[in-house]
Design a protein around this ligand. Structure first.
Ligand code: HEM
Length: 81
């Protein structure tokens, strides 16, 4: 198995615009969700999490607590913290 790169929180924070790419963290993993932003069923609200953690938002919007949402997210994994 190939191990994914390790990123710092600081590196993730830099990716908070469509220009630089939109990265988020979840459960210690790093995701590049740039290509998902335009197809997010919840619209532009997803940008609130840009460069940071998904957890506070996903505990607010329980719609994400489903297997199929986890599967979508896992497709965008690019590294670990
Ligand atoms: C809905 C994915 C981040 C707010 C959804 C749905 C998916 C999804 C698949 C539809 C779920 C369903 O109806 O079965 C994601 C992914 C995210 C993300 C992969 C991050 C990578 C966020 C964030 C927020 C948010 C950060 C809020 C700040 C919402 C809301 C809905 C929604 C409000 C409900 C939309 C509606 O049904 O009208 N999201 N989401 N999402 N999301 Fe997200």
């Amino acid at each position: 198995t190939v191990s994914l790169p390790v990123y710092t929180q600081e590196e993730v924070m830099k990716h908070c615009s469509l220009d630089k790419g939109i990265w988020v963290t979840y459960n210690g993993d790093v995701y590049d969700i740039t290509d998902f932003v335009a197809i997010h069923p919840g619209g532009n609200r997803i940008l609130l999490a840009a460069g940071g953690a998904l957890e506070p938002f996903w505990s607010l919007y329980a719609v994400h607590r489903q297997e199929h949402v986890q599967e979508i997210l896992s497709g965008y994994k690019v590294g670990v913290l």
